[in-house]
Design a protein around this ligand. Structure first.
Ligand code: SF4
Ligand code: SF4
Length: 134
């Protein structure tokens, strides 16, 4: 009886293997191969051209946004705290200046919490800020 049960289980397994043998794989050999991301993908946040209106801070559900202004109210630096961010996209959606972008960069994991604070110096060329936050 035991032998029959084992034979049935083995043939069940083999049947499953054969069923999948000619199907296209659903996985990729990451990181060598990567899937093309949708244009609406919500990855690493960047900011450029912020006027400090505060809308993004109000709509951020996790309190991940902070910025510093000078005495004239000009924004000097802007920080996204990825320790808190849930990538909901509210900040980008509601910003009246279109200052916030969500890139397709998603390999953001770090063992150091400090690395997850993306600080952008406003008025500094975008590439320099991106380099700094790599
Ligand atoms: S909503 Fe836009 S312009 Fe206003 S503070 Fe946030 S990033 Fe700056
Ligand atoms: S994506 Fe959402 S959680 Fe992240 S900073 Fe923007 S509003 Fe806050």
């Amino acid at each position: 009886m035991k032998f029959i049960k084992a034979a049935i289980n083995i043939s069940d397994g083999l049947l499953t293997v054969f069923k999948h043998l000619f199907r296209k794989p659903v996985t990729l050999e990451y990181p060598e191969k990567r899937r093309e991301l949708n244009n609406n993908f919500r990855g690493k946040l960047t900011v450029d051209g912020c006027i400090g209106c505060g809308v993004c801070k109000r709509v951020c559900p996790s309190g991940a946004i902070s910025y510093e202004k000078n005495l004239n109210g000009k924004v000097l630096s802007y920080t996204f705290d990825l320790n808190k961010c849930i990538f909901c996209g509210n900040c980008k959606y509601y910003c009246p200046c279109g200052a916030i972008s969500m890139t397709k960069e998603y390999e953001l994991a770090s063992a150091n919490k400090k690395d997850l604070k993306l600080k952008y110096n406003i008025g500094v060329p975008e590439e320099e800020n991106i380099k700094e936050n790599k």
